[in-house]
Design a binder for this molecule. Structure first.
Ligand code: AMP
Ligand code: FES
Ligand code: ZN
Ligand code: ZN
Length: 318
């Protein structure tokens, strides 16, 4: 397979785009596409301060690398979850993230959950009803809370995450199977700022996971290869598997599923004002949902009382 641009050996063949590129032209293409998506969805501008949530995985480190190369002002935040799972998952991802930032002279905020809240994520999961054998829901809730807090305290304009197309398509499939209108409304490449919460953006939302793995590899980015040890058996992994089967037979199916959803929303599919029918973890105020500041942490929430994170932490410290 030859590169479409220079005829050198291709490192990746993207069937859905009918495009093969070499090790020089592929990273260039990824950067150009990212810039295009940032503009198309009006995610942010060069004068704005970005906070990139970095996990030490291929997506978020590649994203930070791309934004840095494109000349955006991007600091990072790493959240130490205290997950070991026999592979020192958190220690390794922290080391790789710190190494990445040091190599490029980038500023990294590190928040250690155990230091800050007295317990690791698996411990908090054991102490609360949200645990139910798996720490993933506790983990998601805590990460979102901490990211929002660091972004707000640091007066960042935008909180940027490394969600790729596979993540977004799996989330979309899950929300569609249950027709969760509240979540579908809030699933977007960019979400506006709310009182107490920075704007959120996902510049990689149109890249396949394998494209991001290839970008990290070609760019010599050292990232943690292992998945979180708690990820096995989750719904998200199951949906990703289903979508991969679909993609195998119909190249481009995943991208078309996601893009048609965005198009349908733009065409007014969700113009009706929905009520979310309960408290959500990731609040944007979309769809006219009334928001209140949490009396304990100040972050916006749909309940007039404490937010889900503060209620959970009250159980842990009791
Ligand atoms: P996940 O929720 O693990 O699918 O990750 C989605 C995105 O959240 C990643 O691309 C990162 O931007 C961010 N993220 C995940 N884990 C962490 C972490 N430990 N610290 C900071 N950001 C994270
Ligand atoms: Fe949070 Fe796995 S439980 S990353
Ligand atoms: Zn080439
Ligand atoms: Zn709160």
């Amino acid at each position: 397979m030859r590169c479409r641009k220079c005829d050198h050996k291709a490192v990746i063949n993207m069937r859905q785009h009918k495009l093969a590129l070499c090790k020089e032209h592929f990273p260039q293409w990824v950067m150009e596409q990212t810039e295009r998506f940032i503009r198309k969805y009006r995610m942010f501008e060069r004068h704005e301060r970005l906070l990139v949530a970095v996990s030490g995985g291929k997506d978020s480190l590649s994203l930070w690398d791309i934004l840095w190369r494109l000349g955006y002002q991007a600091d990072g935040v790493y959240i130490g979850l205290g997950i070991d799972g026999g592979i020192s998952y958190s220690d390794t991802s922290q080391r790789l993230t710190e190494q990445f930032a040091a190599q490029r002279g980038l500023q990294l905020h590190v928040v250690d959950i155990q230091e800050e809240y007295g317990s690791t994520i698996p411990q908090i999961a054991n102490l609360t009803y949200r645990g139910q054998g798996k720490p993933c829901s506790v983990c998601g809730l805590t990460k979102r809370h901490v990211m929002n807090r660091v972004a707000h305290q640091g007066a960042y304009d935008v909180l940027v995450t490394g969600h790729n197309l596979d993540d977004e398509a799996a989330m979309l499939l899950g929300n569609t199977l249950t027709w969760n209108a509240g979540y579908l409304l809030r699933q977007a490449p960019v979400l506006p700022a709310l009182q107490g919460m920075a704007r959120k953006a996902k510049p990689l939302c149109r890249f396949y996971e394998r494209e991001m793995a290839a970008y990290a590899l070609v760019s010599g980015i050292e990232y943690i290869y292992d998945e979180c040890p708690h990820a096995a058996g989750t719904k998200s992994i199951y949906y990703k598997g289903l979508l991969n089967q679909l993609e195998e037979e119909r190249p481009g199916a995943k991208l078309s599923f996601y893009l048609s959803f965005l198009q349908a929303k733009e065409n007014g599919l969700f113009n009706e004002v929905f009520s979310t029918g309960g408290e959500a973890d990731d609040l944007t105020g979309a769809g006219g949902v009334a928001m209140h500041p949490c009396p304990t942490c100040g972050q916006p929430t749909t309940t007039p009382a404490e937010c889900a994170f503060c209620r959970m932490m009250a159980k842990v410290t009791r």
